[in-house]
Design a protein around this ligand. Sequence first.
Ligand code: ADP
Length: 410
Amino acid sequence: MKEENVLHVEICQRVDSTWSRETIEETVSTEFKTWKEVSLDIILHGKDFLNNIAIQNHVESIICSSNYIEKGKVKIEGATIKYYIYRLTQEGAATETMNSNSDELSVASHWLLPAQEFHYMWENLYYDCDIKNNLLHFVETTMLFSSLAVNSNIISWNKVVLLHGPPGTGKTSMCKALAQKAVIRMIDRFTHGKFIEINSHSLFSKWFSESGKLVMKLFDEIKSLVQDESALVCILIDEVESLAHARKSCNNGTEPSDSIRVVNALLTQLDQIKRYPNVLILTTSNMTEAIDLAFIDRADIKQYLGYPSEVAIYNIYHSCLKELMRTEILKREEICDISQLKLFGYTEDSNTKNSLKLLELSRVSEGLTGRTLRKIPFLTHALHLSTDKSTLSKFLKAMHSAILKVQQEG
Ligand code: ADP
């Protein structure tokens, strides 16, 4: 069965634009109607609309996505186009600090969404299958059920997402990207979002006797944020196993029993806060084996994020090389994206030579995490190249040596 052809068009309005959202939508949709098709995930900047000064002056970027792709493109004719218009907040994270004894502890960081810092994060995460779309649909369904007050005694759903897998596989980035994407896609329902990253390490380090109070204080503040129903409040607990650890050490009798009280306090607070219709809880864990925490059992979606596949690696490297060309560290040259390479049947000619070499490097790089892969271009430059602008083929050769070096160092 063919899916409905929906094209999601996310329009980021420039901070200095004085236009209303309606005017932006009207102008962009008029322009779009003159187009036949659009490439996916393509990030169009104001400068891409060379003959439309108005768009250049008012639009920062446009991101398109759809499930209905033919040969890497989406036909505009016949598609249901949904527009989402938003502005990015420019401020970085605010740190919530609390006093414990005479020390100042940073217990959480807080962003207003959509944030400049999280822009393009979603587009730059590459996974196989439909991991990203599934997560987004999950969040959208959660929010729909909450806003329509579906009775949770009849249909049970939670608002907890757990991403687990080895370190460096994009879990924290995915939580941030997912929150940002959800706020943009639900911009009609929520005017903005709040993202709170709880620093469980500082809550649970050596402050057990004080931690209970800190948890209560922190959640008092979160509760006041949640009162604003026009905001989607996303709470991130990174490395949730630190809670499990606190409990386990308590059972071993090596920690004061305060620790179990603190973890329980946190779980109770999370349970309470979850009842608000505008709250979403995102958790990550580096432990790949089953994590038996009362809290984790309640996660509706437990998604494993692992080592990138050859195709995902190609996409990561491709994005890095494009960035090096944009910043003119590399000479600008054509490099195919993976769908173009497929269209060319992976046959070698002058157009595909470098791209096929990159595919070979992607194969060699299997087993490395996303975090390491994103460092390879930097290491390549630092270890093997001079300050002169390099050609792509020279850079790819040097990249191979950098990959081997990283693999040898384990
Ligand atoms: P984790 O929380 O799993 O330790 P992070 O979210 O901190 O991982 O990711 C570390 C870096 O690696 C980030 O810059 C992220 O963009 C990059 N990264 C990890 N996995 C991927 C992936 N699948 N695609 C693109 N980038 C990735």
